[in-house]
Write a protein that binds this ligand. Structure first.
Ligand code: NCD
Ligand code: ZN
Length: 347
């Protein structure tokens, strides 16, 4: 069996910078036409000029590493409490960025410059609503008294719903949704709301992370939830509903920084996402919906044409190996282990 789809895009990707960028960019460029590049560098990508410079570094890394130069990075800005509305609107109008990313301060890796109180960024969000600039949100509250497994649901209630009521014209993507609450909330919205789903949250639950020993390479944010939530995510991804699309949240960290007494959050799945998704959609009897999820719904939301290239995935009789470790300086990145046998390959 084999299936051919429009070439996919990745609507949430961390490429980092420097040695790490060079090490990982080829994994995404080999399969994807475009990716929405997250701005959480240190220091973050905050202005239109920063985004233009970062894009140039990514394009240079594609050339220097002999990667597929047809791959297009689509840039985002990191929303801070000093972001200027004019700069955002200008960068969007000039086509330098396609979205702005909201990180609640302290929510995840490199988010210390994030927003402490949404009221402080209302002028920028108002301008974005007016000019149709998309807001991508890391949807978790960060209050120390809120349990880590409840942070997404609480964000919907206390931040997202009030924001959507205040600015109904603002187009929002709830990034890497990990709960039934999240997909249900998106399903209930009449307009201007979509969600990305990651490869790993479609495949692992919190038992994979914690039972039989702690697995640092499954630790990411938002943290993997109960199995019933994973099942709700699979149903959403496989529904064909145009509001759900792929954002891998592939987030490389070196092995040493993950396998540590305070390990970093992030799963590196860029190299095997498409074979993993084929397996998930096959198991859900929904292979015919994979193209909508990975290749069509995202461009539709962003008002772009789907890619003109195609990708063919083939069912195999021998087990697909987990991609080899990716060397970075004197360390390496450990690719995502999907915790099940995969029998698919990208031709
Ligand atoms: C991301 C990273 O490492 O930059 N980590 C993660 O666990 N997903 C940040 C993020 O998207 O939350
Ligand atoms: Zn991310």
């Amino acid at each position: 069996m084999q299936i051919t789809l429009t070439q996919p895009d990745d609507w949430h990707l961390h490429l980092r910078d420097g040695d790490m960028l060079s090490a990982v960019v080829g994994s995404t460029a080999a399969h994807f036409g475009r990716a929405l590049i997250m701005p959480n560098l240190v220091p973050p990508v905050v202005t239109g000029d920063d985004a233009r410079d970062y894009k140039a570094r990514i394009e240079k890394a594609l050339i220097d590493t002999g990667s597929n130069t047809a791959f297009k990075p689509l840039m985002t800005l990191y929303l801070t409490e000093t972001t200027q509305a004019d700069d955002v609107v200008k960068a969007a109008k000039e086509g330098i960025i396609v979205a702005v990313k909201l990180y609640p301060a302290g929510a995840t890796t490199n988010s210390s410059s994030g927003v402490t109180n949404i009221d402080k960024v209302m002028p920028v969000l108002t301008a974005m609503a007016e000019h149709g600039v998309v807001l991508c949100v890391h949807g978790e509250v960060t209050d120390s008294d809120i349990d880590i497994f409840d942070r997404e649901a609480r964000f919907i209630e206390t931040v997202l719903e009030p924001l959507r009521t205040a600015l109904p014209e603002l187009r929002i993507v709830m990034e890497h949704v990990t709960t039934k609450d999240g997909v249900d909330y998106v399903a209930s919205a009449e307009k201007n709301l979509a969600a990305t789903l990651t490869t790993h949250h479609l495949m692992i639950n919190r038992n994979h992370l914690l039972v039989g020993g702690i697995r640092p390479h499954y630790y990411c944010l938002p943290i993997a939830k109960r199995e019933e939530h994973r099942q709700a995510l699979v149903l959403a991804a496989c529904s064909g509903d145009a509001r759900y699309f792929l954002g891998t949240d592939s987030a490389p960290h070196t092995r040493t920084t993950k396998e540590s007494d305070c390990g970093c959050a992030g799963v590196f799945n860029a190299a095997n996402t498409m074979v993993c998704l084929a397996s998930v959609f096959e198991e859900a009897n929904a292979l015919d919906k994979l193209e909508a999820f990975a290749s069509l719904n995202g461009p539709k939301w962003y008002g772009l044409e789907p890619n003109s290239a195609t990708m063919t995935l083939k069912k195999t009789t021998t087990k697909t190996p987990i991609p080899e470790r990716i060397p970075v300086a004197d360390d390496w990145v450990v690719p995502f282990d999907p915790a099940r046998d995969i029998y698919w390959q990208v031709l």
